[in-house]
Design a protein around this ligand. Structure first.
Ligand code: IMP
Ligand code: MG
Length: 187
């Protein structure tokens, strides 16, 4: 697959917009309403998986109407230039928070094979939170190799490589306000 030339704008690699800014924001508002209802009166801790989940987290948390804490983890799954999971996720940044007895909601950009989230969920479960659930913006169900219990899902999407709204292609274009499908030659 050709390497992305960072000097080019995203238009050079965009096949089509899959989810517009309006679609994303309106679905995130719905998710926030549901989460605010489900966790009312609980001490909610949102854990964002860097770096892809950060744009979703920042919009989601501003739409929540309940008090909550946030913390971050970073997991590396893909080798440079790869478009699929290398199969060996590595925790490169761990939490600052003790999650024992906490109501934890993991906030992630996309679940693809499920290998990354499975690894994180297993690790966090050993720390005995009161609850541990997943809120994922995008679900590529066709690609799943490990079952992931996703309590909140923004959108189910086809098996194509996407970028924008936190998701990168070779670490670029995370800032776009929409989700786009990359052209076939870059898949
Ligand atoms: P999984 O371990 O295969 O489920 O992959 C999870 C991670 O791979 C996500 O957190 C993303 O960072 C990345 N990923 C999976 N699919 C895509 C995609 O289509 N575009 C950009 N990143 C992706
Ligand atoms: Mg990610």
């Amino acid at each position: 697959m050709p390497k992305i030339n960072p000097a080019l704008g995203y238009e050079a690699i965009l096949d089509r917009v899959l989810l517009t800014e309006e679609q994303l924001q309106s679905r995130i508002s719905e998710l926030a309403t549901q989460i605010s209802r489900d966790y009312a009166g609980m001490d909610l801790l949102l854990i964002c998986i860097l770096r892809g989940g950060v744009v979703f987290l920042s919009d989601l948390m501003r739409k929540l109407t309940i008090p909550h804490h946030i913390d971050f983890m970073a997991v590396s799954s893909y080798g440079v230039g790869a478009r699929t999971n290398s199969g060996k996720p590595r925790i490169v940044l761990d939490l600052n928070t003790d999650i024992r007895g906490r109501y934890v909601l993991l906030v992630e950009d996309i679940v693809d094979s499920g290998i990354t989230l499975d690894h994180v969920l297993r690790l966090l479960q050993t720390r005995e939170p009161a609850s541990l659930d997943v809120c994922v913006l995008l679900n590529k169900a066709d690609r799943r190799v490990v079952h992931i219990p996703t309590r909140y899902v923004g959108f189910s999407i086809p098996n194509e490589f996407v970028f924008g709204y936190g998701l990168d292609i070779d670490e670029l274009y995370r800032n776009l306000p929409f989700v786009g499908v990359v052209k076939q030659e870059y898949q």
